[in-house]
Unconditional design. Structure first.
Length: 160
């Protein structure tokens, strides 16, 4: 199969022919010239999401099966990764009846500088679950999860 691409010739200074597809909108409206004001306005950067929001989304993605457990490997410390792996194996937040779990509320408490204890309410269908996690700020100024619980206390640790 030979693919042939043709290009219509147009004279410089004129616009190429517009798209005449009735299934699509006509296109974007023409640009208007913007006039500069006397004082230059500095663009405001978009607000940064809080670490509690980021980690709640990340933990929910792992516990619902949308992401593998190793997705959180560099975002956890100590026993938190083992607890997360144990929780993800049981699949408590897997999608049921076609409804994906969603975070309905997030709250947090700051017990000391560089530590956050947070909770998230997770809705799955007609059920509401609770997830608690602790974040600590490392020396590299990155937040890491140091504890995670879902719907009750964590199981007792079995030392080998």
């Amino acid at each position: 199969m030979n693919k042939v691409m043709t290009r219509t010739q147009h004279t410089p200074g004129t616009r190429p022919p517009g798209r005449r597809d009735p299934r699509r909108p006509a296109g974007t409206p023409p640009r208007t010239r913007q006039t500069r004001t006397t004082t230059p306005s500095t663009p405001t950067p978009p607000p940064q999401p809080r670490p509690t929001d980021l980690f709640a989304d990340r933990l929910l993605a792992v516990l619902s099966g949308r992401r593998p457990v190793h997705f959180m490997l560099r975002h956890t410390l100590g026993r938190a990764y083992d607890d997360l792996a144990h929780l993800a194996e049981s699949g408590p937040l897997r999608a049921t009846r076609g409804t994906n779990p969603t975070i309905s509320d997030i709250g947090y408490y700051v017990p000391r500088a560089g530590a956050i204890e947070a909770f998230a309410r997770i809705g799955t269908g007609d059920r509401l679950r609770a997830m608690a996690f602790r974040l600590e700020l490392g020396t590299d100024r990155r937040w890491r999860c140091t504890a995670v619980e879902l719907g009750g206390p964590r199981p007792p640790r079995q030392d080998d």
